[in-house]
Design a protein around this ligand. Structure first.
Ligand SMILES: NC(=O)c1ccc[n+]([C@@H]2O[C@H](COP(=O)([O-])OP(=O)(O)OC[C@H]3O[C@@H](n4cnc5c(N)ncnc54)[C@H](OP(=O)(O)O)[C@@H]3O)[C@@H](O)[C@H]2O)c1
Length: 163
């Protein structure tokens, strides 16, 4: 199974200056709980935003055009086909965790979506693909996250499955 896991604001913004535009620890925990079930797949830019990379206790797969890219503890791949082959040969679910270029790349193959919508708008420079076709998916679950001193922004966790 191939899934996307991401958080976006009300304008589908996902990034700013190679970082997340917000701080929402409860979403970080959700991300961890979901991705611990399988392997994580990401673009080279997203990989470099992780302070203590690679992400622990998950196989990290990093996509780059650079032949000599070194990512200790991660698997480096150079094409979409290489990722699909790894997936085919694996019994693990693959969680694609960004960024925008990866969310663009696997639009036709992705089967499940784990989307956190933050009910606010932020400044930034990177957006989830605006033409993503949600009509091919059904939202099977959603719930509001807890807002408190550490998690200031109202947000909704959603799970979608391809129909
Ligand atoms: N809100 C969220 O949930 C979320 C999740 C993830 C990321 N983000 C944010 O998104 C931003 C990063 O996203 P991004 O779209 O700029 O970058 P990205 O998708 O993380 O990485 C882009 C890089 O991936 C490699 N790549 C992409 N397509 C490829 C292909 N077909 N073949 C080989 N290599 C390929 C290239 O690496 P090389 O340049 O090395 O060749 C490219 O520069 C950051 O701001 C980050 O914080 C947000």
């Amino acid at each position: 199974m191939l899934a996307y896991v991401w958080a976006e604001d009300e304008s589908q913004l996902i990034g700013k200056d190679d970082q997340l535009p917000w701080r929402l620890p409860v979403d970080v925990k959700f991300f961890k709980d979901v991705t611990m079930r399988g392997d994580v797949v990401m673009g080279r830019s997203t990989y470099e935003t992780i302070p203590n990379r690679p992400l622990k206790d998950r196989r990290n797969i990093v996509l780059t055009y650079q032949d000599d890219y070194d990512a200790p503890g991660a698997i480096v791949v150079h094409s979409k086909d290489e990722i699909l082959k790894l997936h085919e040969d694996s019994s693990e679910d693959f969680y694609i965790i960004g960024g925008a270029t990866l969310f663009e790349l696997f639009k036709d193959e992705v089967e499940e979506l784990y989307r956190t919508v933050i009910h606010d708008t932020f400044d930034g420079d990177t957006y989830f693909p605006g033409d993503f076709d949600y009509s091919k998916f059904e939202r099977v679950k959603y719930w509001s996250g807890v807002v408190d001193d550490k998690n200031k922004y109202p947000h909704t966790f959603e799970v979608w499955k391809r129909v």
